[in-house]
Ligand binder design. Structure first.
Ligand SMILES: [Zn+2]
Length: 310
C-alpha cells in the first residue's frame, strides 16, 4: 500500500509527547501550508476538520484509525486525546460501532456522547503556564496538552497550579490557535478552585489513571452504589427512584453546570431531557450520555447520602 501524504508529514513533523491530537492536526495543517488541504486531509474523507474540540472528534478518529496507525490507535488516543476519561463510559461494541460509522460516513456529525454541543461552553482551551514555559524550552513549541483539555480537569497534575482558560471567539476554531501563542496567553485567565471543581478534578484524574476495562467495571460498581444510596427499585424493565431525589437532581445538575459556566442559559432545557434524568444515571444498561453528567450524579449522590462513592 502506498503511503498517504499525511503519513509522510506526520513522520516529518511528529506529534509531541502528550500533545492534544486535534491541536496537532491543526498545527500540522498550518506547517504544511504549501500542501493543498484537500490532499492532506483526504485521510478523513473531507477537507473540513469539522468540530475539533469534542471528546472524540471525527477527524481524530479517522487519524487514529488510519491503516498506518492501526497498531497503536488506542495508545495514541490515550496519550493524545485523554481517551481514558471517556472511553470507559462506552462498552466496547458501542465504541467500535461509533468508530466504524464515523470513519465510513465522511459527513457524520454524530458526537460520541449526547449533548456535547450544549456542553461546548464548558470546554474552553486550557493550559498550564509552567508547562508552556517548559515546552518552549524543550521543543520550541508551546503546545496544547491533551491531559489539560479533559473537560472537568482544572489543575495541572505536574505543577499543581490552576490551569488557565482561553475561550475562542465564536467564529474561530483550533485551526486559528494550533499552539498557545502570546495572544492566547494574554487573553487567558486562571480559574481558581472551588469545592465542586476540586472534586471534579480529582474524579477526572482518577479516570485517567485506570485502564478502560477497569474503568468500565468501576462505573458499573458506582452505578450499583448510587442505586442503593437512592433506594432505587430495579426490575428487568424499569427502575423506580423517589420523585424528590429526581427533582433534586435536576436542580442540582442545572445549578452545577451554571456554576461551572455562568453565562449559559440553556442547561435547564437541556437537563429536561429524559435521558439525563437521575434514573438513567443509575441503570446498568442505560448508556452514559456524557461523562461530566455522570460525575455530577456521583457528586450529587455523595452529597445527598454522605459517604464516598469513588
Ligand atoms: Zn504544568
Amino acid at each position: 500500500m502506498s503511503e498517504h501524504i499525511i503519513d509522510h508529514y506526520a513522520n516529518q513533523i511528529p506529534i509531541l509527547p502528550g500533545e492534544y491530537l486535534p491541536a496537532y492536526l491543526a498545527r500540522l495543517r498550518k506547517m504544511t501550508c504549501g500542501i493543498e488541504p484537500r490532499r492532506l486531509m483526504s485521510f478523513s474523507g473531507s477537507t473540513q476538520m469539522g468540530k475539533l474540540h469534542q471528546l472524540f472528534p471525527r477527524v481524530a478518529s479517522c487519524f487514529a484509525y488510519r491503516p498506518s496507525e492501526r497498531e497503536r490507535s488506542g495508545a495514541l488516543l490515550q496519550e493524545h486525546l485523554g481517551a481514558r476519561y471517556w472511553r470507559g463510559f462506552l462498552d466496547e461494541r458501542a465504541y467500535k460501532e461509533h468508530v466504524q460509522q464515523v470513519n465510513l460516513k465522511v459527513k457524520s456529525k454524530r458526537s460520541i456522547f449526547d449533548g456535547e454541543e450544549l456542553l461546548d461552553s464548558l470546554k474552553p482551551m486550557k493550559f498550564c503556564e509552567h508547562c508552556r514555559d517548559d515546552d518552549i524550552d524543550r521543543y520550541g513549541t508551546p503546545m496544547w496538552h491533551a491531559a489539560h483539555q479533559v473537560t472537568s480537569l482544572y489543575v495541572c497534575e505536574k505543577h499543581r497550579v490552576p490551569l488557565h482558560q482561553f475561550s475562542m471567539e465564536p467564529d474561530k476554531t483550533l485551526l486559528d490557535y494550533p499552539v498557545i501563542t502570546n495572544f492566547v496567553a494574554a487573553k487567558s485567565a486562571s480559574v481558581q478552585a472551588d469545592p465542586l471543581r476540586t472534586w471534579l478534578d480529582v474524579a477526572s484524574k482518577q479516570l485517567l489513571k485506570i485502564r478502560t476495562i477497569h474503568n468500565r467495571e468501576r462505573i458499573k460498581d458506582i452505578k450499583s452504589d448510587m442505586a442503593r444510596a437512592f433506594r432505587a427499585k430495579e426490575t428487568p424493565y424499569t427502575m423506580r427512584v423517589n420523585i424528590e431525589y429526581r427533582n433534586a437532581w435536576r436542580s442540582y445538575a442545572a445549578d452545577s453546570l451554571n456554576a461551572l459556566c455562568p453565562n449559559e442559559q440553556c442547561f435547564k432545557f437541556f437537563l429536561a431531557r429524559p435521558s439525563l434524568g437521575l434514573t438513567q444515571q443509575l441503570k446498568q444498561n442505560a448508556p452514559v450520555r456524557h461523562p461530566l453528567i455522570f460525575l455530577l450524579a456521583m457528586k450529587f449522590a455523595e452529597d445527598m447520602v454522605g459517604g464516598n462513592l469513588s
